[in-house]
Design a protein around this ligand. Structure first.
Ligand code: KIV
Length: 275
């Protein structure tokens, strides 16, 4: 049985912190499942970390559906949430059509939408129609050209608006909220005020849970990770080392050996070759 939005709510109520992680394909979902990650996000960050784009904006509904379907197939317990991509929920009609496709074709259990009060009616309508919605405030990467890629809501007026946005999303029926790159004391205050779970990324330890990007957590990119990320492993270096060993073995003839090859009856071979 999969974890439900009610289980996630119960985690907040019992003070159990929630670990959420992005996943984009079958093997990553299966590994996260073995590690008992309760909530997986098929984030539109896939445009950047999987497809090599500069922003999340080029991600399409078809991209999201293909990746989300693989994550759903790779997991059986985790609650799988998928992002609705850039401008696929600009009107209520668009949002319903997009939600129908991602829920039906990928089989995810919830969707994440970026935005505050202005998307409240959309969140309400989707929730009424049976779609659990996770909100996303603070740095919303789909608006990076208007917001910039920096910590949000540092000043009182912007912080007050963020609190209003968070309350509006909760009132509209959102089951949880992501806060990205928000000052820790503000995120902690929002977490205290909201009934629903608040999941932070670069928002400090006072949230009900944390979400991290797979590639940041596992060190899949060389060089520095974003400041808000903690690298739990250096898998990128391990992969590079393994690939170098493979290339070296192919060049030297050390791979393959008899152990990786199949034999053949010499008579059969001779008959085949006309010997
Ligand atoms: O797309 C994504 O991975 C996200 C997380 C960073 C919250 O939205």
């Amino acid at each position: 049985m999969r974890i439900t939005v009610f289980d996630i709510q119960a985690m907040k109520e019992s003070g159990q912190r929630i670990a959420m992680l992005t996943a984009y394909d079958h093997p990553s979902a299966a590994l996260a499942e073995r590690a008992e990650v309760p909530m997986l996000l098929v984030g539109d960050s896939l445009g950047m970390v999987v497809h090599g784009a500069d922003t999340t904006l080029p991600v399409t509904l078809d991209d999201m559906i293909r990746h989300a379907r693989a994550v759903v197939r790779g997991s059986s317990r985790a609650l799988v949430v998928a992002d609705l991509p850039f401008l696929t929920y600009a009107t209520e009609g668009d949002a319903i059509a997009s939600a129908r496709r991602v829920m039906q074709e990928a089989g995810v259990q919830a969707l994440k939408l970026e935005g505050g009060i202005s998307i409240g009616p959309t969140v309400r309508r989707l929730t009424e129609l049976g779609v659990p919605v996770m909100g996303h405030l603070g740095l919303t990467p789909q608006a990076q050209h208007t917001l910039g890629l920096r910590v949000q809501a540092r000043q009182a007026e912007a912080a007050r608006r963020l609190v209003e946005d968070a309350l509006a999303l909760q009132d509209a029926g959102a089951f949880a909220l992501v806060l990205e790159l928000v000052p820790a004391p503000l995120a902690a205050a929002v977490t205290q005020r909201l009934r629903i779970p608040v999941i932070g990324i670069g928002a400090g330890a006072g949230c009900d849970g944390q979400v991290q990007v797979w590639h940041d957590l596992l060190g899949l990119f060389p060089g520095k990770s974003p400041r808000h990320a903690k690298r739990y492993a250096d898998i990128g270096s391990a992969i590079e080392e393994a690939l170098r060993a493979y290339v070296g073995d192919v060049r030297s003839g050390a791979f393959p050996t008899a152990a990786q090859s199949s034999g053949m009856d010499p008579e059969e071979l001779s008959r085949a070759l006309g010997g």
